[in-house]
Design a protein around this ligand. Structure first.
Ligand code: GKR
Ligand code: MG
Length: 423
């Protein structure tokens, strides 16, 4: 079992918790078998995740990758997955053990697929779609390319690489970013990461996107729970009719349920219903219409399929959440999207914001807004060892041990503080 932390260049993107650092961290997990196969997985990186992975090494080694239930039971004896309360209040999930489960589930599925010569999606129940639709994921941002250039830009960049460097701090900037991203990748749905500016400014941006792209392109706004219930209702009403869904306008299942009763616009979440222990509360309160799965945080691809069954039973739609990621995660997300019959919304992805890759063949194409299910058994991707070594060397010099958007924001806005609820 090999655990390799890596760092990938990431532009200065804003969100409710501050600002993305010049590098995002990921951890690559490789399981090699006595029969010479290698199973891959990728999870959000931090020293804490790496330590949690290392802590189960003795449990993993010697296990049968074809018997996930047995391995999961042995993992549960050593480290029960944390309950949702351990998720924290940031836009992303702060738990580490769910990511351990996710990494091992994905790497074992990759091994199973390779052992039997079938795609991971086949093992998840079968391929219901070969082309998996993704959504454009817009961010307010400062000027800058990220990575070594940090807030600097590469004057030689063209196309999306040039547009990706530009600042977007108002509705016009958001529309320009959307035009460039849609032009480059053909996305047919658009999400804006909110929670960065006064709600009125973000609502104006959504209206500007609606004027530009019209009713045929589903739009989403995600303020990452920075609004009060009253603010969510007030600004939610202003956007009635223009959103496909409003994602996490406010905190808690009770808060979301109150907003949901007041609005016709569907509500989606990756913050108030985030793990299986949240599902009874979701059903009791009626907190959302759509649950955003994310196999990194729901404990793997198979757990995400279990979530989909609950969503079918209790009348929830399923969409997919993302954080910055590389190609192994994109492949895993695409297998899930290919296999989940009720994943009927375009999936989130941060992929266009990165430019480097660690898999053979380089960047996975997004065409017509879709990723085509990778060919080949398992996840259908292989590690590019030289690229992995470069990304690991970058990690070693980047000086980052975890994601902390507040510290990054303070470099631009001295004294800036994250607030659980801002408006
Ligand atoms: O990348 O800044 C970001 C996002 O805010 C991310 O961390 C969130 O987890 O994409 C996410 C979301 O939908 O909440
Ligand atoms: Mg969200």
């Amino acid at each position: 079992m090999h655990i390799t932390p890596i760092a990938l260049g990431d532009p200065p993107l804003l969100n409710a918790a501050g600002l993305h650092a010049p590098y995002c961290l990921r951890t690559i997990v490789e399981l090699t078998t006595d029969t010479g196969l290698t199973g891959l997985a990728e999870v959000p990186g931090s020293v804490a995740v790496d330590q949690a992975l290392a802590a189960v090494r003795a449990t993993v080694i010697g296990s049968d990758p074809l018997n996930w239930h047995a391995l999961r039971a042995r993992l549960a004896e050593r480290c029960a997955p944390e309950l949702s309360v351990a998720r924290g209040d940031k836009p992303w999930d702060g738990r580490t053990r769910v990511q351990v489960y996710s990494a091992l589930d994905v790497a074992c599925l990759d091994l199973q697929g390779k052992a039997y010569g079938v795609p991971a999606a086949t093992l998840l129940g079968g391929i219901v779609r070969e082309r998996v639709p993704y959504s454009a994921y817009l961010f307010y941002k400062y000027e800058g390319a990220g990575g070594e250039l940090a807030f600097g830009t590469d004057p030689a960049a063209t196309g999306w690489a040039a547009a990706r460097q530009r600042a977007a701090l108002d509705p016009d900037g958001v529309v320009a970013q959307a035009e460039a991203m849609v032009d480059a990748f053909g996305f047919e749905s658009i999400k804006l990461k909110g929670g960065c500016f006064e709600p009125a400014q973000e609502v104006s941006a959504m209206k500007a996107l609606y004027r530009r792209f019209g009713p045929k392109v589903p739009l989403r706004l995600d303020p990452n729970a920075l609004w009060t219930v009253e603010t969510s209702i007030r600004f939610g009403r202003e956007m009635e009719g223009i959103l496909e869904y409003l994602e996490d306008p406010c905190r808690t299942q009770d808060g979301m349920a109150a907003v949901r009763r007041a609005l016709k616009t569907p509500l989606a979440t990756n913050m108030c219903t985030t793990s299986f222990d949240d599902l009874p509360g979701s059903v009791r309160t009626g907190s959302e219409d759509i649950i955003l799965t994310d196999h990194h945080f729901w404990g793997g691809l198979r757990s995400s399929m279990e979530l989909a069954a609950h969503c079918r039973t209790f009348g929830r739609g399923v969409s997919m959440h993302s954080n910055n990621h590389a190609g192994i995660s994109l492949a895993a997300m695409t297998h899930l999207g290919a296999a989940m019959p009720n994943l009927t919304y375009a999936l989130d992805t941060h992929y266009p914001w990165q430019s480097s890759e660690i898999i053979v063949g380089g960047r996975i194409p997004i065409e017509g807004g879709c990723v085509t299910l990778p060919k080949g058994p398992g996840l259908g991707v292989e590690l590019d060892r030289a690229a992995l070594a470069r990304a690991h060397a970058t990690y070693q010099t980047a000086g980052l041990t975890e994601r902390n958007d507040e510290i990054e924001m303070q470099k631009k806005v001295p004294g800036w503080k994250f607030a659980q609820t801002r408006w």
